[in-house]
Design a binder for this molecule. Structure first.
Ligand code: ZN
Length: 321
């Protein structure tokens, strides 16, 4: 199947629906109301029913593949949803609502909603600790945008939003919008997400000193002394490189994307943009994921994440991660 916009799922509603059904229901249709499957679920055929409608014999409800997903009750054709999903997940730095509005011929307001719902689909939760089996986990923070109602201080970044990112070297990233770089805000996130047996690498920042003792080892590169990598020996004698280049590489993509594509990201939506960048990083081509596989992975994420908001100024704020 073509991993580009020539794919018929981006123009044909039936093909789009069948493609989505195969991703959301790999083992056949599941009633989103009661969870029934197999013989309890019947496809309603014929002109009397809208396409893709199913009947559940157990709870007597009807449903389609978009019920209780981020696509629910949308007037936008499914093929356009899939095109937007594909563009969002295939572009390294993201894609703006303006671009989707122009490319897919839908209103800006609709594309704005679509993009936030799609970001919700990319959000992952309930993940296992990082660094299991003694792998290396790098942690760092970056400053982005501006906090609402906080004046710019004479020095420091107190007026900016703080994003904390943990990256397992050679593996995945997890980012969080935290209140500050104080230990009180950083430590709980680190404790909750990093395995005890991990090798933990940070810069020299003091908020990592105490929590660093939780892990099999904690090493800090001293950026203040212009140190960017240090070679040491591991407990088993293997050479071990201490650096935070992996998490810094993550931030270079994140910052370029946020600056170039999402200049006007507000604080309350930051967690969704973070989820988007994490998703693309965690499904990157270096890990063997191509554009279509990435879109397929994202499509599985639409289930159970229906957003309740309708208007831009009344956006709900679910917890990140
Ligand atoms: Zn049912």
């Amino acid at each position: 199947m073509a991993a580009n916009l020539q794919n018929p799922i981006f123009t044909d509603e039936t093909k789009a629906r069948e493609w989505l059904e195969a991703r959301v229901w790999p083992n056949g249709p599941v009633c989103p109301h009661c969870g029934s499957t197999d013989n309890d679920v019947t496809k309603l055929e014929g002109k009397a029913h809208r396409p893709g409608l199913y009947q559940c014999a157990a709870c007597r409800e009807q449903f389609t593949v978009t019920v209780k997903t981020v696509f629910e009750r949308s007037k936008i054709p499914l093929s356009k949803w899939l095109a937007a999903l594909f563009l969002l997940t295939a572009s390294k730095k993201g894609v703006s609502a303006h671009q989707i509005h122009r490319s897919l011929g839908i209103s800006y307001k609709s594309s704005w909603f679509m993009m936030h719902r799609l970001r919700e689909a990319l959000r992952t939760s309930g993940l296992a600790p990082m660094g299991s089996g003694g792998k290396v986990v790098e942690s760092d923070e970056t400053f982005i945008g501006r906090k609402k109602g906080v004046p710019k201080p004479k020095s420091g970044f107190g007026h900016k939003n703080v994003v904390l990112t943990l990256v397992e070297r050679g593996g995945k990233a997890r980012s969080f919008h935290v209140d500050s770089t104080r230990a009180a805000d950083v430590v709980p996130v680190v404790r909750q997400n990093v395995a005890r047996e991990a090798k933990f690498v940070t810069d020299e920042a003091s908020h990592y000193w105490e929590v660093g003792r939780d892990f099999s080892r904690h090493d800090a590169v001293n950026h203040g002394l212009d140190e960017y990598a240090r070679y040491e020996r591991d407990a088993d004698g293997a050479e071990y490189v201490i650096h935070t280049n992996t998490v810094e590489g993550y931030y270079s993509i994140f910052k370029r994307g946020m600056k170039g594509v999402y200049q006007h990201c507000s604080e309350k939506h930051l967690h969704r943009y973070i989820a988007e960048f994490d998703f693309r990083y965690n499904n990157r081509s270096a890990l063997g994921v191509n554009d279509l596989m990435r879109a397929e992975e994202a499509a599985k994420g639409i289930v159970g994440k229906r957003l309740t908001y309708r208007r831009p100024h009344k956006v709900a704020q679910p917890l990140s991660h």
